[in-house]
Ligand binder design. Structure first.
Ligand SMILES: C[S@@+](CC[C@H](N)C(=O)[O-])C[C@H]1O[C@@H](n2cnc3c(N)ncnc32)[C@H](O)[C@@H]1O
Length: 292
């Protein structure tokens, strides 16, 4: 951890809440602003995937059970609940409960609880028809990815499916290249990699999953991509801005030397995306089955 002496002053620090879950490397906030962003992001991603929440080749029926790990605001579960029978058991878990939905806003076949995906309840072995996990790239260290995928395998019923969704590549102009180097330095400090998409297929196979399916989705970033590109720009820049406090607390890694410089980098990124036709961010969904 970087000492207090090396950290840069942050005005916005007081306005963002970061989870205090023990020993997590997670770099994004868990507050109301982030909850709203996650809801916005969910519908944006769903639009990119033909309005589908489930890509695994299954139709959920009454006796089925669904788990979402790293559920955040729970928006995926709540949305899925409107599409499937109302007696499918649905569980959402996360290391932080602050942005779970309030109980009055969801049906009683959904439950939320605090668990790390690296350590799910023993009683859940062989339980779920479908486990969904989306965007834990900013949290899990290499060894934790292996643990997480093995835990997910354990809690899926034989014949059940996993569905993972993660960030993949994003092309770089010079500003993006500088920002990517900053993220790499942050990742190194936290023990996280931004390249988990390269290892996920191997990890799934090693855990025992079969019938791997890969669904990539390229999203435009910036004005050149019309209203959809602007929406993705808005979402992604909020993701990067959410890392401001961890970056400034660590002293900026030699890439930014003040909060103003960080804010300028964000503004320059947006301009670069707007002015560079072809700027895009690719996400990938993987589905795989636990053998019968
Ligand atoms: C970027 S958010 C995505 C939330 C949700 N999956 C979605 O797509 O809307 C990542 C979430 O993962 C949670 N998280 C981070 N590390 C975790 C872990 N080890 N186990 C479970 N959840 C974790 C964070 O608290 C946060 O809610």
């Amino acid at each position: 951890m970087t000492s207090v002496e090396t950290s840069l002053p942050i005005l916005e620090q007081t306005t963002r809440y970061y989870t205090d879950f023990p020993e997590t490397s997670y770099v994004l906030p868990s507050d109301e602003k982030e909850r709203k962003r996650l809801v916005f992001q969910h519908y944006l991603m769903k639009r990119g995937f033909d309005q589908r929440n489930v890509h695994a080749p299954i139709i959920l029926k009454s006796s089925d059970k669904v788990l979402e790990t790293g559920t955040g605001s729970g928006v995926w579960l709540l949305d899925l609940a409107t599409e499937i029978p109302n007696d499918v058991e649905m569980q959402g878990t996360d290391i932080e409960s602050k942005i779970f939905p309030v109980p009055e806003t969801y049906p009683n076949n959904i439950q939320f609880s605090v668990h790390s995906v690296t350590s799910l309840p023993r009683a859940w072995t062989d339980r779920f028809t479908l486990v969904h996990q989306r965007l834990l790239v900013a949290s899990l260290q290499d060894a934790q990815w292996h643990k997480a995928i093995n835990e997910i395998y354990r809690v899926i019923a034989p014949g059940g499916w996993v569905q993972l969704f993660e960030a993949s590549e994003w092309p770089a102009g010079p500003v993006s290249t500088k920002h990517r180097a900053l993220l790499t330095a942050l990742g190194r400090q936290r023990g996280i990699t931004w390249d988990c998409h390269k290892y996920i297929p191997r990890m799934l196979v090693d855990a025992g999953f079969v019938d791997l399916k890969v669904v990539p989705m390229e999203t435009p970033l910036g004005k050149w991509g019309g209203e959809y590109g602007v929406a993705h720009r808005k979402n992604l820049i909020e993701v990067w801005r959410g890392m401001k406090a961890p970056i400034l607390k660590a002293g900026g890694f030699g890439f930014v030397n003040s909060e103003q410089e960080f804010d300028q980098l964000m503004a320059d990124l947006e301009t670069e995306w707007d002015d560079t036709p072809g700027s895009a961010f690719t996400y990938i969904t993987w589905c795989a089955q636990k053998p019968l």
